[in-house]
Design a protein around this ligand. Sequence first.
Ligand code: HEC
Length: 102
Amino acid sequence: MHPDLRYLSVLIVAAAMWSGAAHSTDLRAAILANPCAGCHGMDGVSPGTIPSINQLSADAIVAALKAFKSGERPGTVMDRIAKGYTDEEIQRIADYFQSLKK
Ligand code: HEC
């Protein structure tokens, strides 16, 4: 292969990787949201009696978590869980779940 072409193919691969990284999901949000999956399912579709959160908008998830956190909305477990996250993290988790919506 002509050396210039080899250089070009490296550039193309790098560009493809770069654009892939730019569009991938927010990894930190995915990690923050991971404990939610144990109860609400990997994609927000809960098994059993726990409410599914896959149909909620990011705004609705933020509102629910902040209400649990402040004690305005009583919960069995969510009040305790919500206290473990900052408001910024709650927003990122909510955006993450909304991004999973089909
Ligand atoms: C231990 C199980 C458990 C975990 C972990 C958990 N939840 Fe929940 N979630 C519940 C239960 C049970 C409810 C119903 C309210 C209650 O009893 O606390 C609920 C309610 C909710 C609601 C309100 C749903 C509605 O329809 O109003 C939202 C939103 C929510 N959870 C989001 C989350 C997010 C985001 C996380 C991760 C940060 C999370 N939950 C982690 C069990 C859990």
